[in-house]
Design a protein around this ligand. Structure first.
Ligand SMILES: Cc1cc2nc3c(=O)[nH]c(=O)nc-3n(C[C@H](O)[C@H](O)[C@H](O)COP(=O)(O)OP(=O)(O)OC[C@H]3O[C@@H](n4cnc5c(N)ncnc54)[C@H](O)[C@@H]3O)c2cc1C
Length: 410
C-alpha cells in the first residue's frame, strides 16, 4: 500500500521543517514523509539569548526530533545532506545514503559564518547556536564590566527573486543582547564602569521595520545609555577592538556579534541556488526551476528578514502548494511576510514588534510592556513543551486581530 503514497523529504528539522512535518501529518493517507537533519534535536533559537544571559539550560532549547517524527507517522534520518540529485529525485547524504522524493521541501536554514570574521574564534562571542550561547554564558561569569560592543555583520543576498535586500537579515537578537546586557550589568553593579555600543552594517538600525516600531526602540536605547553607530561593516575582532571595513574601530572588551548568514553549500553544489546560493522560490515557495522542489525558512531567498514567524508562514505555504498540486482540498495559505517578534530586555521587560512596513503594509508598531515579556516566556514554554508546535491557529488569529487594531501606521 505504501508504494502508492507520494514521498516527501523535508531537509531540516528547525522552525520550518517541523511545521511542514506537522502540517503534512494530517494527510498521512497520501504522503510518506521523511525528515532529515544533521542534528538529532531541533534548536529553539529565539530562546538562546536566555541561555547566554540567564543561564537557561540547553535541555530547554532542544526538541528531540525522532519521537516527533514517529508520532507524526514520518521517518527521521540523522545525516548531513551533501547533494540533491534533481535528475534521480534523490537527496544524497554525506554517508552515501540516498533518500528518494516525489516532493522536496528544503528547510535547512542559514549557516552562521563565524569564520568570516577574523579573530572571532579567539575574541568574539555570539548567541546564534547552542554552543556559542553557552560559551558566552561562561564568559559572562567572569566579565567585570568594560566596553561591550554588539552588532550584526553584513550578509549577502542574491537578485534572482524580488525580496528586500537587507544588510543584516535578523537584528532582533542584537536588540535582545544590548538590553539584556544592560540589565545584567545593572543588576551586578557593573553598568557604571561599562559602555554598550551597537553597530549596524545598514544605514538604519532595524531596517526591516518602519519608524513606528523603530522609534520606541531608539528611545529605549537612549534611556538605557546604549550608543548606536550605523553603516559599519565588521571585519575583525581583536583583544581590545572591533575593526570595520572603513578602517575605523571601537574599543571593546567583549564583542557579541551576529556573524554573516550564508546559504548551506549543498544548495549551490546541486545547482539550486541563486547568485549568492539562497534558494530562489516564487510566492508559492516553489523553486523557480523545479515544480517538485520547495523551500521554506531562512534558506529561501524570499525570507527577508530571516525570522521564525516568516519560516512558519513559508512552511504552511509550501505544504499548501503541494496539497494543491495533488488536488487535495484544503484552505489555501498565502505568503504573508511580516515582522512579529518579542525582544527580551531582561527582568520583567520586553518589546513586542509587529510590522509589515517593509512590504508597504499597514502595520508598524512596538509595544514595551511586562505583558510582552509574559507573552515571550509563554510562547517559548509552549513551543518547547508542545515539541515545536505553534500556538493554535485560533489563538494566533485572535492576537493578530488585536495587533491590527493597535498597530496601524500613522
Ligand atoms: C539568537 C536568535 C534569536 C532569534 N529570535 C527570534 C525571535 O524571537 N522570533 C523569530 O521569529 N525569529 C527569531 N530568530 C530567527 C529564527 O530562529 C530563524 O528565522 C528560524 O530558526 C529559521 O527557521 P528554519 O527552519 O529556516 O531554520 P533553522 O531553525 O535554522 O533549522 C534548520 C535546520 O536544518 C538543519 N540543516 C542545515 N543544513 C543541513 C544539512 N546539510 N543536512 C541536514 N540538515 C541540515 C539544521 O541542523 C537545522 O536543524 C532568532 C534567531 C537567532 C539566531
Amino acid at each position: 500500500m505504501s508504494s502508492n503514497l507520494k514521498k516527501v523529504v523535508i531537509i531540516g528539522g528547525g522552525f520550518a521543517g517541523l511545521r511542514a512535518l506537522y502540517r503534512l501529518s494530517d494527510y498521512d493517507y497520501h504522503f510518506e514523509v521523511t525528515i532529515v537533519d544533521k542534528r538529532d534535536t531541533s534548536l529553539e533559537k529565539p530562546a538562546l539569548p536566555e541561555v547566554a544571559f540567564d543561564g537557561k539550560s540547553l535541555e530547554h532549547v532542544h526538541i528531540d526530533i525522532a519521537p516527533q517524527a514517529r508520532k507524526h507517522t514520518a521517518a527521521f534520518v540523522v545525516g548531513e545532506v551533501e547533494l540533491i540529485d534533481t535528475d534521480a529525485q534523490e537527496v544524497v547524504l554525506k554517508s552515501g545514503d540516498k533518500l528518494p522524493y516525489d516532493y522536496l521541501i528544503i528547510a535547512s536554514g542559514a549557516i552562521k559564518d563565524y569564520d568570516a570574521i577574523k579573530g572571532y574564534r579567539e575574541f568574539g562571542y555570539s548567541v546564534c547556536d547552542d554552543t556559542e550561547a553557552k560559551r558566552l554564558n561562561e564568559r559572562l561569569q567572569s566579565f567585570e564590566g568594560g566596553n561591550v560592543v554588539t552588532g550584526a555583520a553584513k550578509s549577502e543576498f542574491g537578485t534572482m527573486v524580488e525580496a528586500p535586500n537587507l544588510k543584516a537579515p535578523c537584528e532582533g537578537p542584537i536588540g535582545e543582547i544590548m538590553f539584556m546586557m544592560d540589565y545584567r550589568l545593572r543588576k551586578e553593579g557593573k553598568r557604571e564602569k561599562s559602555t554598550i555600543n551597537v553597530f549596524s552594517p545598514a544605514e538604519i538600525f532595524f531596517e526591516d521595520v518602519g519608524d513606528g516600531a523603530r522609534e520606541p526602540v531608539g528611545k529605549l536605547m537612549q534611556e538605557h545609555g546604549i550608543e548606536l553607530t550605523t553603516a559599519k561593516e565588521l571585519v575583525e575582532i581583536t583583544k581590545e577592538k572591533v575593526i570595520f571595513s572603513d578602517g575605523s574601530s571601537m574599543d571593546c572588551d567583549l564583542a557579541i556579534i551576529i556573524p554573516p548568514y550564508k546559504a548551506p553549500q549543498f544548495i549551490a553544489k546541486s545547482n539550486l541556488g541563486d547568485d549568492k546560493g539562497w534558494v530562489p522560490v516564487d510566492k508559492t515557495m516553489k523553486h523557480i526551476g523545479f515544480d517538485n522542489i520547495f523551500a521554506a525558512g531562512d534558506v529561501s531567498a524570499l525570507a527577508q528578514p530571516k525570522l521564525g514567524h516568516i519560516a512558519i508562514n513559508q512552511a504552511d505555504v509550501a505544504v499548501s502548494s503541494i496539497l494543491k498540486t495533488e488536488g487535495i482540498e484544503h484552505e489555501e495559505v498565502k505568503f504573508n511576510p511580516e515582522v512579529f517578534c518579542i525582544m527580551n530586555m531582561g527582568g520583567f521587560s520586553a518589546i513586542l514588534i509587529y510590522s509589515n512596513a517593509l512590504y508597504n503594509g499597514e502595520y508598524d508598531f512596538a509595544w514595551h510592556s511586562p505583558i510582552a515579556k509574559m507573552m515571550k516566556t509563554g510562547f517559548d514554554d509552549e513551543y518547547h513543551y508542545t515539541h515545536g508546535h505553534m500556538p493554535p491557529d485560533v489563538a494566533v488569529e485572535a492576537l493578530e486581530s488585536l495587533l491590527h487594531k493597535f498597530g496601524k501606521r500613522g
